[in-house]
Design a protein around this ligand. Structure first.
Ligand SMILES: [Zn+2]
Length: 178
């Protein structure tokens, strides 16, 4: 998912759970590309800090950095936001094995046909891009189904593992805007 999607999700998340707004940055933390000269790298960022095995590494690396607020009180929030990043990236593309800990090439099973559509879109130059308002509306709908940040982390991690419970709810809302 593009930067706007992650940013909007982070903002809506903080609003929904009444968390200080500056915590939204954790929603795009894995894109920071810490191992690639500490800066965001458009082309290579997907090779570092993505994947669910990198969540703790990502938090440890970034928690003392200027842009990333950290307080133990908000650890559930930070975890859920970092997990949401990989989940939302998975939604319209595959995740490649990522440095340092995640060795899994992974996509969500239901989205396989969709990944092909996106890939062809890139080749043809007409990748669909939702507007900020479309992202916002979709994320509000998704977040309304959750009353605790930990539930979001759990749900998104389970779906990544390919377990079959309730997975269509988020998928349908997201497919609606693409
Ligand atoms: Zn990413």
């Amino acid at each position: 998912m593009e930067y706007l999607g992650h940013k909007t999700f982070g903002e809506e998340f903080c609003e929904h759970f009444d968390v200080p707004q500056e915590y939204y940055v954790w929603a795009y933390a894995p894109d920071w590309g810490y191992y690639l000269s500490h800066e965001h790298n458009v082309y290579l960022h997907r090779f570092t800090l993505h994947g669910f095995n990198n969540v703790q590494t990502c938090i440890n690396l970034l928690k003392d950095k200027v842009h990333f607020p950290y307080d133990d009180e908000y650890l559930d929030v930070i975890n859920a936001l970092v997990v949401s990043h990989t989940y939302l990236d998975l939604f319209n593309n595959y995740i490649v094995p990522s440095y340092p800990r995640s060795g899994t090439f992974k996509g969500l099973p239901e989205q396989r046909g969709y990944y092909l559509k996106v890939l062809l879109g890139y080749i043809k130059g007409d990748v669909p891009k939702p507007s900020e308002q479309e992202y916002r509306n979709a994320f509000k709908k998704i977040l309304n189904g959750f009353s605790d940040p930990w539930d979001i982390e759990w749900y998104m991690s389970e779906e990544f593992k390919g377990l079959p419970q309730n997975r269509t709810q988020i998928t349908e809302i997201l497919l609606d805007i693409y």
